[in-house]
Design a binder for this molecule. Structure first.
Ligand code: NAD
Length: 460
């Protein structure tokens, strides 16, 4: 493993021993870890911002909002609610048990592995970490090697603020992750692409280790004429071009009517100029593609339609212009896989019914968006489609509601997290039943049965 030698203790063994010591179970330990995380984000903000700039060309403001403030907010929310979220819950026991007390007790799972991707390298490692720590687990963090500066910062700062045994960082790529997946974990939480998700799940299956898979896919947007096109474009352009479109819940493509396609594309062009100026290459707020390979992959998608905004790329500079494509055929290359970059194809369909059919002919998305003020369209979308989440008249902001579970469905993922749901994801909800002295009708169900009792029991 990167940075370790054969004589170093195995990080998984160390984490397991820390969990076995019992200390991670106490609320005092959990609070100290969450407070440490909040402190780390406050004190190491400059390191985080510098790494984000190096790996993704991310502006300081965007890095602060998406990688620091959100995680810090999540940790503070967990701190505030820790006692309530971890309290035993009394539930009703049936009268036949007489006097009995039934409770649900949330216990930590043990030692969990969190594997992060490169696109939000801190956020997507630390948001699940909040839930794992709040639930009292030991954790092994595996940052993505594709964002090397961020991975290095994670490995550097985490041991300075968190329990150095119970929270381990293992850097590395496929080889190191494959080795980790051979280890004994009580849960694996993976964020990344679907094909690797199935590798993770297959490895977990060997030990029947439960998994949470936070995957991606093509998240569609339906736009109709019931909202001002400028308002739609401003919101869409922000969601699509933030982090250069390298966001799992970024709007992937737009479905709209033929009449609306041109005006919408023009308004998107205006929104791009308003945010990033005439030449986004020189905007301090426009990022970069994570590496040349991904930039070249995106450049190859540009001929899929008529570029009415952007349309240029410089793979060696990891630059792909904010692009809007018209005249895009449903079977064109850009409409095959998740784009994961700043290219927004607009595909025309007759109406919202045709848009729903189009969506349903494809894998269930992580996010589904619609800009509409028509209640019947909203209801039709909710009733006739499925996706991890759905948001109307906005994109991506659903992630800012901690009470909404975040996760996919089918090929876009399994399991969810954020807020209290994270605590549930990283806990086992253990059933506890305690029979108290007193009447107990279940004794009547013990053999032998007299004819009257037999008749009664057979009636159910
Ligand atoms: P990535 O290449 O960084 O891979 C993710 C992790 O998997 C890394 O830690 C990497 O080391 C590990 N990995 C890669 N290949 C592996 C292998 N063969 N065996 C074991 N481990 C391996 O990131 P990515 O997959 O390119 O991330 C982008 C994808 O993630 C997109 O599809 C995006 O939609 C999805 N995503 C989903 C969410 C979500 O919350 N649902 C968030 C961000 C990204």
């Amino acid at each position: 493993m990167a940075g370790t030698t054969s004589t170093d203790p195995d990080p998984v063994t160390v984490a397991r021993a820390a969990f076995a010591s019992g200390r991670t179970r106490s609320l005092t330990w959990r609070r100290a870890q969450l407070e440490g995380l909040v402190r780390m984000l406050a004190e190491r903000g400059d390191d985080i911002r510098a790494a984000m700039a190096a790996d993704l060309g991310k502006s300081d403001v965007e890095a602060t909002l998406t990688e620091i403030s959100t995680v810090s907010g999540e940790a503070k929310l967990a701190l505030k609610n820790l006692r309530r979220w971890t309290a035993d819950r009394r539930v009703r026991a049936p009268l036949t048990l007489g006097t009995a007390r039934a409770t649900i007790h949330r216990e930590p799972l043990g030692t969990v592995l969190i594997i992060g991707p490169w696109n939000y390298p801190f956020h997507l490692l630390f948001m699940p970490l909040v839930g794992a720590l709040a639930a009292g687990n030991a954790v092994v963090l595996k940052p993505s090697e594709v964002a090397p500066a961020c991975s290095k910062v994670v490995a550097d700062i985490v041991p300075r603020y968190l329990d150095t045994e119970a929270v381990q960082v293992v850097e590395g790529g496929v080889e190191e992750t494959t080795r980790l997946l051979d280890g004994m974990f009580d849960h694996i939480f993976y964020t990344g692409n679907g094909p690797v998700g199935s590798i993770v799940m297959a490895a977990a299956a060997r030990r029947l280790t439960p998994v949470t898979l936070e995957l991606g896919g093509k998240s569609p947007v339906w736009v109709d004429s019931s909202l001002p096109v400028e308002r739609v474009a401003g919101s869409l352009a922000w969601g699509k071009f933030a982090n250069c479109g390298q966001t799992c819940v970024a709007p992937d493509y737009v479905l709209t009517t033929p009449e609306l396609a041109e005006p919408l594309a023009a308004a998107l062009g205006a929104a791009v100029r308003a945010s990033y100026g005439e030449d986004p290459l020189h905007s301090e707020y426009y990022g970069r593609i994570v590496n040349e390979r991904h930039a070249a992959r995106l450049a190859a998608l540009l001929p899929s339609g008529r570029a009415v905004v952007g349309g240029t790329a410089e793979a060696s500079a990891r630059y792909v212009a904010p692009t809007v494509l018209l005249d895009v055929a449903a079977d064109s290359p850009v409409m095959q896989d998740e784009i994961f970059g700043p290219i927004l194809p607009i595909v025309t369909v007759a109406d919202h019914d045709a848009a729903i059919d189009f969506i349903n002919e494809r894998p269930k998305p992580l996010a589904l968006y619609a800009y509409t003020n028509r209640a019947e369209v909203r209801e039709a979308i909710i009733a006739r489609t499925s996706s991890g989440g759905v948001a109307f008249n906005t994109v991506m902001t659903q992630l800012g509601v901690p009470a909404l579970p975040f996760g996919g469905v089918g090929p876009s993922g399994m399991g969810s997290y954020h807020g209290e749901r994270s605590l549930v994801t990283f806990s086992h909800e253990r059933s506890i039943l305690r029979k108290l002295p007193g009447p107990d009708l279940t004794t009547m169900a013990r053999p032998p049965f007299n004819p009257r009792m037999r008749k009664m029991l057979l009636r159910g």
